[in-house]
Design a protein. Structure first.
Length: 183
């Protein structure tokens, strides 16, 4: 199971890509914490909800007063509340909390097999994976999109790119060594 939080999300091709990659890796259900999106994204969510693959959890604005408005921090902090809610909803042996544009890829074996193997060790209680930013070539969808022309071959030709600014996570040599040894 996985948890995803939506706030003003518009890229429905990324949504389809992520859902299909998760499904291919053995994910059986996804909780989507929904605040706002484009109409196209909402249509995709409804499609997968009708299939039974996702549950849409409405995530409305919090009550406010003339003195305080907790919604001013919604973008920055609401995902932490959603993560905690998701952990309480999980009825699964394993769960993951990811952004919509994140997928976990195992190098040498199916992801579920890797996770089961790592958790069989008494010293393992949680997993963290090294973050890599990738560009798909060709992109998932061109300007004139149709479902028939979605091209997933870019996964095979993905190239890494480096973002400017601070890293998304602290990937010290110790963490990197542990992650590489595990994969």
């Amino acid at each position: 199971m996985e948890s995803v939080f939506f706030f003003m999300f518009t890229d429905w091709t990324k949504l389809i890509f992520a859902i299909e990659v998760w499904r291919a890796q053995g994910v059986d259900h996804v909780f989507v914490y929904y605040h706002s999106s484009s109409n196209h994204v909402y249509d995709v969510l409804i499609h997968y909800q009708n299939e039974g693959f996702i549950t849409i959890v409405p995530w409305s604005l919090l009550p406010r007063s003339t003195f305080i408005d907790p919604n001013l921090s919604l973008y920055r902090l609401a995902h932490s509340l959603a993560h905690n809610d998701c952990v309480l909803r999980l009825n699964s042996e394993f769960g993951a909390v990811l952004d919509i544009d994140e997928v976990i890829v195992s190098r040498n074996e199916p992801l579920l097999s890797l996770v089961k193997k790592l958790f069989s060790k008494a010293s393992v209680g949680a997993l963290s994976f090294v973050h890599r930013s990738l560009i798909l070539s060709p992109p998932l969808a061109g300007e004139n999109f149709t479902f028939e022309t979605m091209d997933f071959s870019g996964i095979q030709n993905a190239t890494e790119f480096h973002l400017r600014g601070p890293p998304k996570v602290n990937s010290s040599s110790i963490i990197t060594s542990l992650a590489n040894a595990a994969c």
